[in-house]
Design a protein around this ligand. Structure first.
Ligand SMILES: Cc1ncc(COP(=O)(O)O)c(C=O)c1O
Length: 390
């Protein structure tokens, strides 16, 4: 049987590969602490569950319009307008099953074969993978530790060529926790405007910022003419399994997104969207609690990592990942991750799962209990001590 060249270009995601390995070890009776997963360990807030159950009981179990139910598009437009300080109307908003489909849809709609897409590296793998899938070239812009893992604007400008079509931003960033400043965003927008680039701004961690404030490129005057500002329910509201994402974009592009949805998955689950309406408009106390807890865990994991010889860790400003430098251990990132999984029972991701510039780093998710984080750090410390004294 034959397979397309296109499908062979798609890459997997490190988190799923490590999860499979960790599950296999657990089946052999090994104790594994899961710090590889990028999902909140909290339950979805009750008011959201109640709203979705009620919707199901009231018959909201049929197809919805492909762009989303009007109430969900209105709620997302209000939320994006309020949180980004701009005026977004429902016609600019599309709802999809998760934030991830926006990456696929944006690249499908805006990038031709042979074009170039500037992607953060280390960065979330689908940006690079989908660009390759459509026959485009992903061009990595290096996020450097010495620059707090922000974009180097000069480096970004130097990567733009006549073939560049799009730049992808992800602030707060997975895997580094880096956050872009208003000055960065203005400079990026100015370059994007000058070279007529689309901006795909993945803002899924927008509420998870622990130092200072979140800034969106959508707030830069004029930027929404060329920006897809995407966010979603998975991380902020602990709703990964509900599959709900939303994005604002120019109206014409939104219409192409509906057509893509019609041809692909038709619609996002109707009762899920009623949960989203409640999530965005309802009480936020459960979210505030989760954010406070993530903040506390961040401080604990960073302190613990810095107490381990050979490891240094900058305080990530956002998301729920620590991205320590492990070069002092003498191990490569892959060796470190494999060793921790197989010998210490700690599942984590090699920085290289996020691109070549992730070498020398490891991603730990702190969306886990303080007890588990502390136990994982103590196992790592013990194992590394053994490596040094051997
Ligand atoms: C940067 C980034 N974007 C998008 C997503 C996907 O989110 P969703 O579950 O809403 O599809 C993730 C999930 O890990 C992510 O880290």
């Amino acid at each position: 049987m034959q397979y397309t060249e296109r499908i062979k270009r798609l890459e997997s995601e490190g988190a799923y590969v490590v999860l499979a390995k960790a599950k296999a070890l657990e089946r052999q009776g090994k104790s594994i602490i899961h710090l590889q997963i990028g999902e909140p360990d909290f339950d979805t807030p009750k008011n959201i569950i109640d709203a979705a159950v009620k919707a199901m009981q009231n018959g909201q179990t049929h197809y919805a319009p492909s762009a989303g139910i009007p109430e969900a598009r209105e709620a997302a437009a209000e939320y994006l307008s309020k949180t980004r300080g701009i005026n977004i109307v429902p016609e600019q908003v599309v709802v999809m099953p998760g934030a991830k489909p926006f990456i696929y849809s944006a690249i499908m709609a805006l990038v031709n074969e042979g074009d170039e897409v500037i992607v953060p590296n280390p960065g979330y793998p689908p940006y690079r993978s989908i660009a390759k899938f459509v026959g485009a070239k992903p061009v990595p812009v290096r996020l450097r530790e010495e620059n707090d893992f922000r974009f180097s604007i000069d480096e970004f400008r130097s990567l733009i060529t006549p073939r560049t079509k799009m730049v992808v931003l992800n602030s707060p960033c997975n895997p580094t926790g880096g956050v872009l400043t208003p000055e960065d965003l203005e400079a990026i927008y100015a370059a994007a405007k000058k070279h007529d680039l689309w901006i795909l701004s993945d803002e899924i961690y927008s509420r998870l910022v622990y130092e200072g404030e979140f800034h969106s490129i959508a707030s830069v005057p004029g930027a929404m003419e060329r920006t897809i500002c995407m966010d979603g329910m998975s991380k902020t509201y602990a709703m990964t399994g509900w599959r709900l994402g939303f994005a604002a974009m120019p109206k014409t592009l939104a219409e192409y997104f509906f057509t893509l949805a019609i041809n692909n998955f038709s619609t996002t689950a109707t009762f899920s969207q009623w949960g989203m309406v409640e999530g965005l408009r309802g009480r936020q106390d459960a979210v505030d609690k989760m954010i406070t807890e993530f903040h506390r865990r961040r401080d604990i994991i960073v302190d613990d990592l810095n107490s381990i010889e050979g490891i240094t860790c900058k305080k990530p400003q956002g998301a729920f990942y620590a991205f320590p430098n492990i070069t002092g251990t003498g191990l490569s990132s892959e060796e470190f991750a494999d060793k921790m999984l197989n010998e210490a029972g700690v599942a984590c991701l090699s920085g290289t799962a996020f691109g070549e510039y992730g070498e020398g780093y490891i991603r730990f998710s702190y969306a886990n209990s303080v007890e588990n984080i502390k136990e994982a750090m103590s196992r790592i410390k013990k194992l590394l001590k053994g490596v040094r004294t051997r």
